[in-house]
Design a protein around this ligand. Structure first.
Ligand code: GUN
Length: 284
């Protein structure tokens, strides 16, 4: 009944994967084998599942990958040494350190040890800086995935009022930056924001990434608003769900992304795209 309102990550990511496979084929014909190295430290089940997904996606598009699984007790120096090796390894085009890292390791130091030319997550200071000033760089995969979904669905961004809920360095902050570059008027809400509903009710587009199941309810949105749900949570029945109360919001929204089958798939596709981009950069 509401199918026409859905912005489907499944449909878009399937199309994108076909294009990526084509590009990989071309690169391989030129003797370049795109390769992603993924490092995971410890045994966080969610991280393990994300990493498995990333490896599977690579295989689907014929991109080489290897997973370096390290014990929780790994020291920061050991991790930095591994990153340095990968930085110097000509066969590796993308390096991803799965977050979060164990508490005894300083995330910022580890991320910034990755060569900005292989930083397919777009998390190093160089790529973050270049993104904010609109220079060519690796753009973080989830924020880019949100923009891709809006554009694919034909949602105009220029001049629109957008509310982003969440201000993380991985999602909320960068997606706001990308939207400003596309001439949206952006409000970022967070845990200290007074009366979030007052802001979201005036928004043409709401993007939410706070990790709180069912936070955004129909009474908080404007009729016809476009809703992008980045949350990945489990509800009380253990079912995967987003930050949006989908059943109530779908009635009122103009367009909406589902969970599962939404932004998460676009994140995965953009990691592949960034890996191929890195491999292509070697050609230059
Ligand atoms: N942990 C949760 N999301 C991400 C991501 O996009 N990249 C990395 N490296 N770790 C994550």
């Amino acid at each position: 009944m509401y199918e026409e309102k859905l912005i489907s990550g499944k449909v878009i990511s399937a199309e994108e994967k076909q294009k990526i496979s084509q590009k990989v084929k071309q690169l391989k014909a030129e003797g370049i084998n795109p390769k992603l190295s993924v490092i995971i430290v410890g045994e966080n089940p969610a991280s393990q599942s994300y990493v498995k997904g990333k490896v599977k996606d690579c295989a689907e598009c014929d991109i080489d990958s290897d997973t370096i699984a390290l014990p929780e007790s790994t020291t920061q120096q050991e991790l930095l040494d591994i990153i340095e090796k990968l930085n110097n390894d000509e066969t590796v085009h993308g390096i991803l350190v799965q977050l979060p890292l164990p508490k005894h390791i300083e995330e910022y130091a580890v991320i910034n040890a990755i060569s900005s030319e292989k930083d397919v997550d777009g998390f190093t200071a160089v790529n973050v800086g270049n993104m904010h000033i609109g220079k060519d760089c690796f753009i973080p995969c989830t924020p880019q995935g949100c923009i891709d979904m809006l554009e694919y669905a034909g949602v105009e961004i220029e001049g629109k009022d957008v509310v982003v809920i969440g201000r993380s360095n991985i999602v909320g902050f960068p997606v706001a930056s990308l939207l400003i570059k596309k001439s949206a008027t952006v409000t970022i809400c967070h845990s200290k924001t007074k009366n979030i509903a007052e802001k979201t009710r005036n928004a043409d587009i709401v993007i939410i990434a706070i990790g709180c199941a069912g936070f955004l309810t129909a009474d908080m949105i404007k009729e016809g608003a476009v809703i992008v749900d980045i949350g990945i949570n489990r509800n009380s029945q253990g079912k995967l769900c987003g930050d949006v109360d989908f059943d109530s919001c779908v009635e009122k929204a103009g367009k909406i992304t589902p969970v599962p089958g939404g932004v998460g798939l676009m994140t995965r596709v953009n990691l592949l795209k960034n890996t191929v981009k890195s491999a292509k950069n070697k050609r230059k």
